[in-house]
Write a protein that binds this ligand. Sequence first.
Ligand code: GLU
Length: 419
Amino acid sequence: MADLIPNLDLLDIVRKQIKTCVGDLELEPEVERILHSPMRELKVCLTVPMDDGTIKVFDGFRVQYNDARGPTKGGIRFHPDETIETIRALAALMTWKCALHRLPLGGAKGGVVCNPKEMSQGELERLSRAYIRAIYRLIGPDVDIPAPDVYTNPRVMAWMMDEYSRMSTKNEFGVITGKPLCLFGSEGRNEATARGGWYAIREAAKDMGLDLLGATVAVQGYGNVGYNAAYLAKSLFGCKVVAASDSKGGIYSEEGLDPEEVFVHKSETGSVVGYPGTKNISNEELLELEVDVLVPAALENVITKENASRIKASIVAEMANGPTTPEADEILYERGVHLIPDILCNGGGVIVSYFEMVQNAYMYHWDLEEVRQRLDEKMTFAYHTVLDASKSYDINMRQSSYIVAVGRVVEAMKLRGWI
Ligand code: GLU
C-alpha cells in the first residue's frame, strides 16, 4: 500500500502519544527520555542470489524497543517503503501492546526493504533465511521472538524457524510464532488479530447500545487482517460489509459483500477491485463512508487532520498499527467517534502468539475453542480496563490505553531499578 503512506513520522507520533500521559503518570524527564528511544537496534545488509543469476542487496532491521516486562516480541514486515524510523515506532507500539494485554513480553519489530510481490518463492525463501542469519545473535525463544506482519506469513515463518534451528543445531520451534499448524503454530493464530478486534468492537457496541446485527462495516485493507475482519463481521455478528479495499482501490455495495467471494476474486485477479456488482471507490472515499464500524486494517497514518472531520463511522476499530495521527485523535474524540486504539484493538495477534509460545514451551496443544475463549477473556478485560480509565479520567481511549500500558512498563523499569 505504498500509495497510502503519507510523509508522516510515526515515531514522532508515538512520542506525542507518550507525552499525553506524562502528566497523569507524573513521569520525570529522564523516564520520558527512556520511553522515547529503543534500547537496541540492528541494521543489516542482506545479499540474496536471484533466480536470474544476479545478486541483489537488501536492507533489513530489527529493533528491540524495551524488555522491562520480558523477552521482546513483534512481527517482521517485508515492504518496499520500509524504513528504520517506522520500525522503531512499531517496536514501541509492540511494547505498549504487550503491556496493555498483560503479556510477559516486551516489544520489538523487524523489517526488510523489498517487494515480495515481485519475488519468486525461491527468492523469498533465500531472503527470509538470509535475514535470520543476519539477526541470529539478537533473537531467541527467551530473548526476542519474531512473528508475521505486513506481507509476511506462516510460510515465511517456517523458513525462518528452520534457519534459526539449523544454526542452533536443534529444533527451536519457540523462536518464531505464527508458524504453520504442522510446525506447532497455534490454532486460531491466522484469524487472531481480526477476531480479537471484533471482541473489542462487540464490547464497544454493547456499551454504546449499537446492535451489530445488520450494522454496516467498511474495511480498509484486504490482507490477512482485513479479510478476516470482513469475514468475521458477517459470520460472527451478522454485520453487513458494504466496502472493502486494497492497495489498488476499493469497492462498495449497498446490499453488502460476500467477504469470502471477494477474497477468491482478489486471489484470482490480484485485487478486490472489479468484484462484480460493486461500485469502485478510492481508499480515501472508503474511510469517509457513512457506516457503523470503520476498520482500518492496512498501513499507518491514513486518518489525519485532513480527513478526520469527514469520518462518519460511529466506531473506528484500529486493526492496523498507527492508522490515526494525534491531531485526528482529538478531532474524532470531539466529534464523539468511538475509537478503539491499535494497541488495544489489534492485540489479538500477539496474544495468540503468546499462547503459541506457551504451547511450544510446554510441548502442548490447545484446541481452537480453548484459544478463542482465552483470547476473548484477554480482549474483553483489556477493553474494559481502557474504557474505565477513559471514563474516570475523562480522556480519549488512546490516552487511557497509554496510561495503562506505559504505566505498567514504567513500573517494571522502576521496580527493576533501571530508573
Ligand atoms: N504483527 C503483529 C502485531 O503487530 C503480531 C506480532 C506478534 O505476534 O509477535 O501486533
